[in-house]
Design a protein around this ligand. Structure first.
Ligand code: GMT
Length: 410
């Protein structure tokens, strides 16, 4: 790659986790999109994302040997890497990095520390370094440190920081004491995969309503609140519930349903590689998270014409338009969530309008545009002179002390 020639194919490295989760979905979809746009893409992950990898997608996967990786649940974001895992991963990246133009991580932990170590090791041979902050790396874990440095110190060595919503950009600035909020590049969805079946008539709500919840069932998703809301909706109008995903809180949710004699109406789909086929068969997505930087599941549901019931937190109001593409409730007012859902699910014409608006709105988050925004960022940074480690344009300035950076409970 020569500075000034942005059409030249780039060599791009992407680092991400290997579990089920939004940041991994975004990283892998970005990798596929960049290959489609003609770039060479190397994906670095502790193990093959989602436990499997399609080698036909053209992305070059770099993963640790299976015996060098601590076992973790596929729905769990594995943040506490052993020293051995960290060192092996770093060695793997350092080996490939001198031939990369860009090294871009998704989710700060532990990748901001890996990026910093790559920079220390490679000096002027270091590629452009970019970090995308996704969620709990900011909202819960901003106070983490590794190998004697804090997260804000590691972030300060990057050439650019991005995040996925205005709300999360503001939170990141506050938590890390950044001089400027990160650049916002919103998440995106493959509209060919996530869409209502072509030619499907409106008037979808002609059966028992089918609610759906998609998550990794971590405490931050509050799936027990989702269970309470569902039970009350079911009591009032009768409804099915499809649960897609799995994770640490699932047992609690199952117990709750047993205690409330809810059996046949709940269908457990476990972890699914492709949720689009299921989503198109549902009527309302229930989100109950304490915080969400964006909520990719909400975007995917809307793309399939499924309105979203969600709390008014984080980036959700930027993704779900209240009263238009979904319904927002106050986080602690479960009865409000129930009333809103019941009112919508018993008003077929209003429901159809909302379903169509949801699909239209999701059309603004097309994956090719999203990939293009990252591509433009890479090219701008390279063009502005930050080529192969030239120190001329560190565009973040210095990062202030991490005043409010505190570790919270997940
Ligand atoms: O931050 C997390 O808890 C993990 C991360 C993930 O890998 O699922 O989720 C975040 O990133 C997604 C992709 O940008 C967003 O859609 C999610 O809203 C966000 N999760 C949270 O903020 C809790």
């Amino acid at each position: 790659m020569v500075a000034g020639d942005v059409r030249t194919k780039l060599q791009i490295g992407i680092m991400c986790h290997d579990s089920f989760g939004g940041s991994v979905r975004v990283a892998t979809e970005l990798a596929y999109g960049l290959v489609e746009a003609g770039h060479a893409v190397h994906l670095f992950a502790r193990a093959a994302p989602f436990g499997q990898w399609d080698t036909r997608n053209g992305v070059i996967l770099h993963a640790l040997p299976p015996n060098g990786v601590a076992a973790s649940h596929p729905a769990k974001l594995h943040l506490d890497w052993s020293d051995q895992e960290f060192d092996d991963f770093l060695a793997m990246v350092i080996q490939a990095a001198p031939s990369l133009d860009v090294l871009h991580f998704h989710y700060a932990l532990p990748f901001a520390f890996i990026a910093e170590a790559v920079k220390q090791h490679l000096g002027h041979r270091c590629p452009v370094l970019i970090g995308t902050l996704h969620g709990t790396d900011v909202s819960l874990h901003s106070g983490r440190r590794m190998r004697g440095i804090t997260l804000p110190q590691a972030l300060c060595g990057l050439d650019a920081i991005t995040t996925v919503s205005e709300s999360h950009a503001a939170l990141s600035k506050e938590m890390f004491g950044l001089p400027e909020p990160p650049q916002i590049i919103g998440n995106f969805v493959d509209l060919e995969k996530f869409s209502r079946k072509k030619g499907e008539p409106t008037g979808r709500l002609n059966h028992t309503p089918r609610l759906v919840h998609i998550s990794n069932f971590r405490p931050v998703k509050q799936p027990e609140v989702m269970a309470e809301i569902y039970v009350e909706i079911h009591r009032r109008i009768g409804a099915e519930l499809w649960l897609i995903g799995n994770g640490p809180e699932m047992a609690r949710v199952q117990r709750y349903f047993r205690d409330h004699n809810i059996n046949g109406q709940v269908h457990y789909w476990d972890l699914q590689h492709d949720v689009s086929e299921l989503l198109v068969q549902t009527d309302l997505l229930i989100v109950t998270s304490k915080s969400e930087s964006f909520c990719l599941a909400a975007l995917e549901a809307m793309a399939c014409g499924v309105p979203v019931l969600a709390p008014r937190v984080g980036g959700l109001p930027e993704v779900v338009l209240d009263g238009d593409t979904g319904l927002l409730f106050d986080l602690h007012r479960r009865e409000q969530a129930v009333d809103l859902a019941v009112a919508l699910l018993t008003a077929p014409e209003r429901y159809d309008r909302m379903s169509e608006a949801a699909e239209r709105h999701a059309g603004g988050f097309d994956h090719r545009q999203g990939v293009g925004k990252y591509e433009a960022l890479y090219c701008n940074l390279i063009e502005s002179g930050r080529v192969n480690g030239s120190e001329s344009s560190r565009n973040l300035g210095s990062v202030a002390k991490p005043s409010q950076a505190v570790e919270k409970q997940t």
